[in-house]
Design a protein around this ligand. Structure first.
Ligand code: SAH
Length: 396
């Protein structure tokens, strides 16, 4: 018999709305014994079944729900059903001949808390963030091998949040190992190098696919500064869209080297492309002092807020770079600005950009709202799944 997690009276409201987390404070009692990651039954004070989920004794999120259906077993079949359902959604969204870098499973949003699965052409990357996800590794891999018989599988569970779950980092091939983690994907017709072993996160920022397409639409004849460029795919998109010149700026030498290779791979005119290894905070100020201006500036920084305690500092950081960026956009030019901090609400981010405009002494017209790509859906029961926000701003 699975152990039971008995909730405090009145602490079942969010679960009744299908939100999949049980916080430690909501737990009244643990009946029976459960090891980290094992499946437990969540019950109300009167013993009624609420959900089955994964137990995580070290985490503030004590249980992550797998299922609200009392009859559903959390076994190999469960993971096969959930992953298949998620993949079916993606197959409706994409023409695999044009885009084959796809988030197959987006954790909570696909009913699989802590499980991220990305497809990069013929390699799948699995990232297991929670005790429950880690515990179910074998079932997850078995399901993937059944659905994707041709693909190699690599694990990239090397993220800090695992510490909160009492888990050490894990990386390595789980199936059909290869000598290298490098793979070429296609995205809306662009070719993109992804290194699943050494790249950021699972190798690439799939979530910005639609924003790159937007950059291509706006780029014609423009001079572009692509800040926090990573492997330069906003630049490839902009040049494909007819940009006059693009500068990729990032502090990672390896990312910039890959950015150059990405440009070559897409047979772009390298005379229209420059690379600068720099701290963007300093670079923007330097350009401002030099009076240098661009028709379009892209600001896609890393996550500034990892916790609520960091949110205030993050707001200052976002305001700072947005203010200076607006000052180096030519009058009538564009700023494409993003925040991937989940803790930053949509409206707060817009206010920060508005405040930045005020401080910069510029007018800002919000002309297009951007968001995470469609393979990063937002489940109605899990609004936290909306983490990436962006704006195309016309600066005057
Ligand atoms: N725009 C990219 C993703 C950006 S990820 C894409 O679409 O793929 C954030 C990038 O910012 C990383 O490549 C990281 O190396 C870089 N970075 C982080 N802090 C930086 C800083 N202060 N200055 C310059 N680059 C920075």
């Amino acid at each position: 018999m699975a152990a039971s997690i008995i909730l405090q009276a009145d602490r079942d409201k969010s679960l009744k709305r299908r939100h999949p987390w049980v916080f430690s404070k909501a737990v009244k009692q643990v009946k029976g014994h459960a090891n980290s990651g094992e499946t437990v039954t969540v019950r109300s004070v009167d013993g009624a079944f609420i959900a089955s989920g994964a137990y995580s004794p070290d985490s503030q999120i004590r249980v992550r729900v797998w299922s609200f259906d009392e009859t559903e077993q959390i076994d190999a079949g469960f993971f096969l059903r959930r992953i298949s359902a998620a993949w079916q959604v993606r197959q409706q969204l994409f023409d695999l001949t044009k885009t084959n870098g796809i988030r197959v499973v987006a954790a909570e949003s696909d009913g699989l808390p802590g499980v991220t699965i990305d497809l990069y052409h013929d390699i799948l990357v699995v990232q297991l963030l929670s005790a429950g996800a880690d515990y179910q590794r074998a079932h997850i891999v078995a399901a993937l091998r059944q659905i994707f018989p041709e693909q190699s599988i690599y694990e990239r569970s090397d993220v800090d949040v695992r510490k909160k779950e009492g888990l050490a980092p894990v990386t390595g091939w789980l199936h059909a190992p290869r000598d290298s983690g490098e793979v070429t994907i296609v995205e809306n017709g662009m070719q993109i190098l992804v290194d699943v072993v050494n790249g950021h996160k699972t190798g690439f920022y799939l979530d910005q696919r639609d924003s790159r397409a937007a950059a291509a639409r706006y780029a014609k004849d423009k001079t572009v500064l692509n800040c926090f460029s990573y492997t330069g795919t906003f630049a490839v998109a902009a040049l494909s869209g007819g940009a006059a010149h693009v500068i990729n700026a990032d502090m990672s030498e390896l990312a910039l080297q890959t950015a150059k290779r990405n440009a070559q791979l897409n047979r772009l005119d390298l005379s229209k492309l420059d690379f600068t290894k720099a701290d963007v905070f300093k670079l923007l100020r330097q350009y401002k002092e030099q009076g240098r201006e661009f028709d379009m500036v892209i600001l896609d920084p890393p996550k500034f807020a990892e916790s609520k305690a960091q949110l205030m500092g993050a707001c200052r950081g976002y305001k700072d770079i947005n203010r200076v960026a607006m000052q180096i956009v030519k009058k009538g030019g564009l700023l494409l600005t993003f925040s991937c901090s989940g803790l930053m609400e949509d409206s707060l981010f817009q206010k920060i950009v508005a405040d930045a405009a005020l401080d910069a002494g510029r007018d800002c017209l919000f002309i297009e709202r951007l968001s995470q790509a469609t393979d990063h859906p937002i489940a109605s029961y899990y609004p936290e799944g909306h983490y990436l926000k962006g704006w195309v701003c016309l600066i005057r």
